[in-house]
Design a protein around this ligand. Structure first.
Ligand SMILES: Cc1ncc(COP(=O)(O)O)c(C=O)c1O
Length: 343
């Protein structure tokens, strides 16, 4: 297993291949960055304001929050915290496919053994199959709600059943796209009912801070403790910490972008219906579309028009599939026009 391979930069054009916010970050973020003083850069960063703002935004006490240099850092730290040998043999990490590539890369780098759960044909969450994959060696379970690349949600009860069945494992519920689904284990006492659950969040997607790298893990104090111990003391740089406070204060922008995503998804579903393409209604800011044997031509034809979507045909269960970011309506309309021209 290789480490995570960065997706090559496609060059200038419309980036609909990485689930990014193509509207850009809140203007308040740029204003806050411009106000940084020379000593804000020369001193080690302070996270007091960022910690308060993030905890407040997520509705948790700061003691249950670990700020991250992007959620990727949290996946990495959790893997190294959990995947030590069990009685001289590798500990196991359970990954439900198709999954974000970083899970397997981090678990393998930490010395763990990856146990995969195959997808169902309709991409509904394979709860019983995941339960069947748990063993006495399972120490980490990655669940993505809603999933990337399928956009499919996981029922709260299924997360609870898995967490309860694996009390010695950490169940990392990756909620990178939770702003779009509105579902989170943080609310409704999920963390207290299932103490081995830790929730991962990113501010790269809905809040548009991907290049600054800002994320968080949320969990009960004792559950987070082994992960917190591995985190470097200054993991976020001052720009990320400053941007986080400004971005979280701009609720209006978040609501606007959420509305754009809903409208974009409706437009793309209608276009797929017209073009005879199957798709899975998504709870995230992207849609998985099955173009079948037209997938390659679609990706290449759009790229020639400087519109980049992600070929997912090699992912488990995803033969003939492409993933398209559905954010800013104007960008979705440009993509749909190009799709119609290519197909
Ligand atoms: C499911 C999932 N988790 C985590 C991440 C990484 O988030 P970050 O950019 O904060 O490292 C992504 C980014 O695409 C993702 O899709």
């Amino acid at each position: 297993m290789n480490g995570y391979l960065r997706v090559p930069d496609p060059g200038d054009g419309l980036r609909l291949h990485l689930n990014e916010n193509t509207a850009g970050c809140s203007p308040r973020v740029l204003d806050a960055l411009r106000r940084l003083a020379a000593t804000d850069i020369s001193f080690y960063p302070d996270y007091a304001a960022a910690g308060r703002a993030t905890a407040d935004h997520l509705g948790v006490p700061e003691s249950r929050l670990l700020l991250l240099n992007g959620l990727d850092e949290g996946l990495h730290l959790a893997s190294f915290a959990m995947l030590r040998d069990v009685e001289g043999a590798p500990a196991e990490a359970v990954i439900v496919e198709p999954a974000f590539d970083m899970y397997a890369a981090c678990a393998t780098a930490a010395g763990g053994r990856v146990v995969t759960v195959a997808p169902r044909a309709d991409f509904s969450f394979p709860a019983d199959e995941t339960l069947a994959a748990l063993t006495g060696r399972t120490r980490l379970v990655f669940l993505t709600n809603p999933n990337n690349p399928t956009g499919q949600p996981i029922a709260r009860e299924d997360i609870g059943r898995i967490a309860d069945a694996a009390p010695r494992a950490l169940v990392l519920v990756d909620e990178a796209y939770a702003e779009f689904s509105g579902e989170t284990m943080i609310e409704g006492g999920g963390l207290d009912r299932h103490p081995n659950v830790v929730v991962g969040r990113t501010f790269a997607k809905a809040h548009g801070l991907a290049a600054l790298r800002a994320g968080a893990l949320v969990g009960r104090e004792a559950t987070l403790e082994p992960i917190r111990r591995l985190a470097p003391p200054y993991n976020l740089n001052v720009c990320a910490a400053t941007a986080l406070v400004a971005a979280l204060a701009d609720d209006e922008r978040l609501r606007w972008y959420g509305d754009q995503v809903l409208r974009s998804k409706a437009l793309l579903y209608a276009a797929c219906d017209r073009l005879g393409l199957a798709y899975w209604p998504s709870a995230a800011n992207f849609v998985l579309v099955r173009a079948g044997d037209r997938a390659g031509a679609l990706v290449e034809g759009l790229a020639r028009r400087h519109i980049f979507i992600r070929d997912r045909t090699a992912e488990p269960g995803c033969a003939g599939c492409v993933r398209i970011t559905t954010g800013v309506v104007e960008h979705t309309e440009a993509c749909i026009a190009a799709m119609e021209a290519v197909l």
